[in-house]
Design a protein around this ligand. Structure first.
Ligand code: FLV
Length: 409
């Protein structure tokens, strides 16, 4: 196989490390290096634009599930190391849930379960529908053409996670701005660190004034957990920040990609409109199919030698998994590159896997269902207002998505 040439001389004699330049991909194009590694070198060595050294990249479905669930691969051990990575900064702060291992990790995550329970989800669903109806009213008053990112994909998840968290409406745009700065590779380290400091300060204050309020917001739940001694104040803030940035930025981008996918797959859209009962299955197939991110997220460190897919990963080596390639593994998903609403068995890992798997997946599904259902019920003729090739896609991003989605109806 051919190996991409590394950019610096010190790696030029190392033929086994792929330099992953991470191209600026548009639309739903699948990263060609990822596709090639899945099929040709399922446990490979890669080097990304920032950080030092190389890391293992695991791409097959079963191997991805194995690495993401096995306690011999540690998140805690990543902190303090300059592991090769896509962004100049790390997204979670030190001591946050993303960098924790069980049993600390389990203790932190249990607190979230209170705010994401069945009853809370029911209340949030009703609120989310109200928010969506209001946004679509506003869109209708504005009239075509309109930018769906600005009109729907940005404000909708922001309002939903704002309600969940208890962030006052007036503060939400600023909090969202910090989330956007943190979840970008191209922001630069300083701007990202600044955003982290600001968002940490904000949530420290918000949780600080939520003690004993008896509210059901996540900020109040976290404050109570601090009072009970389940988590400390720093851990509580770490939880809040990751829920906030995932809830705003990730849902904004993923839902925009879903709408783009449907607008550019008219057969699928027509079928979904004719069979509304198909919606939950369609959402899951879109989650599987959409390449949600550039490159890979947060690595893990092997705490001992571990064999993965026939390759020994040595103690202290960093390892990445790709949920994108896992979702395209032909061993699990027949004809994986086809968007297929008839896929019966769809155990995708778009929300990750193992203890760090997304705690907000049920809410994200609810939001996606409401968005897709309401949008086409209200605007049956919705279509792109510009030719597909004129759409602009975010650059220097961790999570992929369109910058704007100009539509008409
Ligand atoms: O995209 C990333 C990310 C997203 C997120 O919602 C939380 C995170 O901790 C991360 C991360 O650590 C690295 C990413 O690339």
């Amino acid at each position: 196989m051919t190996t991409t040439t590394p950019p610096t001389p010190e790696h030029a004699d190392d033929p086994h490390t792929h330099f992953w330049a991470v191209p600026e991909l548009t639309g739903l194009t699948f990263d060609p290096l990822l596709a090639r590694l899945l099929h040709e070198e399922p446990v490979a060595r890669v080097r990304l634009p920032h950080g030092e050294g190389h890391a293992w990249l695991v791409t097959r479905y079963e191997d991805v599930k194995f690495v993401s669930a096995d306690p011999r691969f540690s998140r805690r051990a990543v902190h303090g190391r300059s592991v090769t990575r896509l962004a100049p900064h790390f997204v979670p702060m030190e001591g946050a849930v993303g960098f924790a291992d069980p049993p600390d990790h389990t203790r932190m995550r249990r607190v979230l379960a209170r705010a994401f329970g069945t009853r809370a989800l029911h209340v949030l669903r009703e609120h989310a529908q109200d928010v969506m109806d209001g946004l679509l009213d506003r869109l209708a008053r504005h009239g075509p053409p309109a930018d769906l990112v600005e009109g729907v994909h940005r404000p909708f998840p922001l309002a939903v996670v704002g309600a969940l968290m208890g962030v006052p409406e007036g503060d939400r745009p600023l909090v969202a701005h910090w989330s956007d700065a943190l979840l970008a590779a191209g922001t630069g380290r300083e701007a990202a660190e600044h955003a982290r400091r600001e968002t940490t300060r904000y949530f420290t204050e918000l949780i600080g004034r939520s003690h004993g309020t008896g509210k059901e917001t996540l900020a109040a739940v976290l404050a109570d957990a601090v009072d009970e001694g389940t988590v400390d104040a720093h851990e509580a803030v770490g939880l809040a920040v990751l829920v906030q940035i995932g809830g705003t930025h990730a849902v904004r981008n993923n839902s925009a990609n879903m709408v783009y996918a449907l607008l550019t797959h008219p057969g699928h859209l027509a079928r979904l409109r004719a069979e509304p009962g198909l919606l939950p299955r369609a959402v899951d197939e879109l989650l599987r199919y959409i390449p949600h991110r550039n490159a890979v997220g947060l690595s893990r460190i092997a705490l001992e030698d571990v064999e993965v897919g026939g390759v020994t990963i040595a103690k202290d080596d960093p390892v990445y998994v790709s949920y994108l390639t896992a979702n395209r593994d032909p061993a699990v998903f027949p004809d994986p590159d086809k968007l297929d609403f008839d896929r019966g068995y769809n155990p995708h890992v778009a929300f990750g896997h193992g203890p760090h798997g997304c705690p907000g997946s049920a809410l994200a599904r609810v939001e996606s269902e409401i968005l897709l259902d309401s949008l086409w019920t209200r605007f049956p003729d919705l279509r792109l207002a510009v030719p597909e090739n004129e759409l602009r896609w975010q650059r220097g991003a961790l999570l992929r998505g369109p910058e704007t989605l100009p539509v008409t109806w």
